[in-house]
Design a protein around this ligand. Structure first.
Ligand code: MG
Ligand code: MG
Length: 306
């Protein structure tokens, strides 16, 4: 398999400094060598830079860094589309606002291929706010709503170049949802498997049902992995920790099932804030999870000290 990695060092979407260092930390934790050892060829495409920043103002005065995020989204969309022609893409965030661009660029690619794009959103949060409903104003809380065509982004964010049907989105691991998001998710038809569902049913049957849908529709599959999908006990390097997240084995099982499915065409690794990490353990875990997604098996697992 040929993989391309692309750094997307955005931090202004999260409301705190540090995610800009995410791509460096993921590279330092050995992402390229892990993938190479699994038999893949890897091209490191370097980093995206934002487009020209234009002034923009919005009625919601809580919004932070709107012109910057719009400039980033424009550049990321084009870069994601261009780079995804013949590679499995791995986008190194950066905060989760990068997915406004990665999803849209990949959706354009899927539209051209005549295949539906499915999205697996692994996160404590659905990031389904609109520009009107966010009260924190941090734009890492809106990318899924934007990319799946929810109203209120027109005239502010770039015009969508690719389409995602919200009913083709599955959010897994959710445990922090605002009221406005809850209503919007239901109306849009997003499948939400919150932590309680995972507790009651186990993560495997929930994921299997979604993967069967992707396969039955010959879909492409974009996976967006937010560090806070994981329990903060094992992944402390994120600005938005929420207790009660996915365990080490639940997370690896998701990645192993994704590998077995052979369906994944692109991946975001987002919200890693190395400034909050403990001797690189979260960065290392994110790389290990990526290795599971790309074919590492338990029987091959090297022993490491955390
Ligand atoms: Mg997120
Ligand atoms: Mg989150």
């Amino acid at each position: 398999m040929h993989c391309a990695i692309l750094g997307v060092p955005v931090q202004v979407g999260s409301g705190r400094m540090g995610c800009e260092m995410g791509p460096s930390a993921l590279r330092t934790a050995g992402l390229v060598s892990e993938l190479t050892e699994l038999g893949h060829t890897v091209t490191d495409l370097g980093s995206v830079s934002p487009s020209t920043i234009r002034l923009a103002s919005h009625g919601n005065k809580a919004l932070k860094s709107l012109p910057e995020i719009v400039a980033w989204t424009e550049a990321i969309t084009d870069a994601a589309y261009a780079a995804s022609a013949d590679s499995v893409m791995i986008f190194l965030g950066g905060d989760h606002s990068i997915s406004a661009g990665t999803l849209t660029g990949i959706a354009r690619r899927a539209d051209e291929a005549g295949r539906p794009l499915f999205v697996l959103w692994l996160d404590a949060h659905p990031d389904f706010h609109t520009l009107e409903t966010t009260t924190s104003g941090n734009l890492h809380g809106v990318p899924l709503a934007y990319a799946s065509g929810q109203p209120g982004f027109e005239g502010y964010f770039p015009e969508l170049k690719g389409s995602i049907d919200p009913s083709n989105v599955c959010a897994l691991g959710i445990r922090s949802v605002d009221q406005a998001e809850r209503q919007a998710l239901g109306k849009a038809g997003v499948t939400v498997h919150d932590m309680r569902m995972i507790d009651e049913h186990g993560i495997a049957p929930l994921l299997r049902a979604f993967l069967e849908r992707v396969s039955a529709n010959s879909g492409m599959l974009h996976v967006s992995l937010d560090v806070d999908f994981l329990d903060p006990v094992i992944a402390p390097a994120v600005g938005t920790t929420v207790p009660g997240g996915a365990t080490f084995r639940e997370a690896h099982l998701v990645m192993e099932m994704l590998h077995d499915s052979g369906l994944v065409t692109s991946l975001d690794l987002v919200e890693l804030n190395p400034f909050l990490d403990e001797r690189g353990r979260t960065a290392t875990l994110m790389v290990d999870l990526t290795a599971s997604l790309f074919g590492r098996r338990i029987m091959d697992r090297p022993t490491r000290s955390y």
